[in-house]
Ligand binder design. Sequence first.
Ligand code: F0G
Length: 404
Amino acid sequence: MSYVIKCFECGAEIGNEMLDACPGCGGLLNVEMDLSRMRGRAPSDLCTRPMGVWRYAPFLPVPAEKAVTIQEGGTPLYDCRALAKELGLARLHVKYEGANPTGSFKDRGMTVGVSKAVQLGCKVVGCASTGNTSASLAAYAAKAGLGCVVLLPSGKVALGKLAQAMFYGAKVISIDGNFDDALNVVRQLAREGHLYLLNSINPFRPEGQKTIAFEILDQLELEVPDAIVLPVGNAANIWAVYKGLTEWRELGWIDRMPRLIGVQATGSNPISAAFKAGKEDFVPVDHPETVATAIRIGNPASGRKALKAIYETKGLATEVTDEEILAAQRLLGKREGVGVEPASAASVAGVVRLRQEGLVSRDEKVVCICTGNLLKDPDTVIKNAGQVLRAGASLDEVKRLVLG
Ligand code: F0G
């Protein structure tokens, strides 16, 4: 469980666990775990704990005894046979992160991040968010008895997420600006010492999120899929999944890496555009827009890490329109009974498009990570689902509608 924090850009070792960037070059930070104690062991050695984030405690930078937990992780991996058939794929699994305690994958990062905050003696935690991060942080801060401040882009946060952040008692501040603006402000608040930053640039957050990869491998009994597909917003989760896979590869627990495929919305596509241009860096999008508000981000803080994860796995990045996202959301619900929010459906929409373009082939075994629950964004569902029928409270009127 020992580790070092290093700068992702210049490699400098960072002694201060409160930082969110390298004091030398301003680069992103990365936790490097010392895995020597796991060498010669096997994934089955981890089975002493139930499925969930803390089952993988030897890979986490906080001891399990100190965990602030509400039993995150351990989410289902659905074998979506009807959808696979429809898309012309050998196998399609959906890792349903909507089953986490606050309804998104963010809980995996927050259990580790908030545990670290407590360990460091912080009293107030904070984040900028398109919604899910704030919902999750508010819940874990409540559990830990910490103060919590969340900055949200005005008018662009789905109702369920806003309700959660308010309900768990966070100080909710609506910013006249987008997520990128809110992140800039909250980073400054953290630098001035007013709060401990728990956005995914906090290097401990991806450590929790990498357990998505461990669980997928465990649930597939260590059969490595050909591709793992996920939505990309602020771009840390794809890095987290890459990191998890790399750690098991280094231990020889898997013998190859899946392709990592990042999917963005056309109106918020800096990573997809960079990939298409063959670049290792990206140009921010000034006015990001998409129905998938969770990934409405123009300047992804972990964009360079995401591109590395994509290139190193010979993966790719693509983009899908809002219409494609909503169609994929409906398809997943209709064929498999799985309800996900629009950003999550971007992964399925990406597979639909890549099958059409021939960039994912018929014989591939694909896992889509569906990052958040349908109920996060009821407004979008109601706007795009069918209509509610109305009738008086009489058998005749209702019967006419039932039989009609
Ligand atoms: N899917 C959902 C449902 C999300 O909420 C997010 C990010 C992503 C995908 C993208 O993950 O940022 O690691 O690339 N939501 C953040 C938030 C930005 O504030 O809740 P990423």
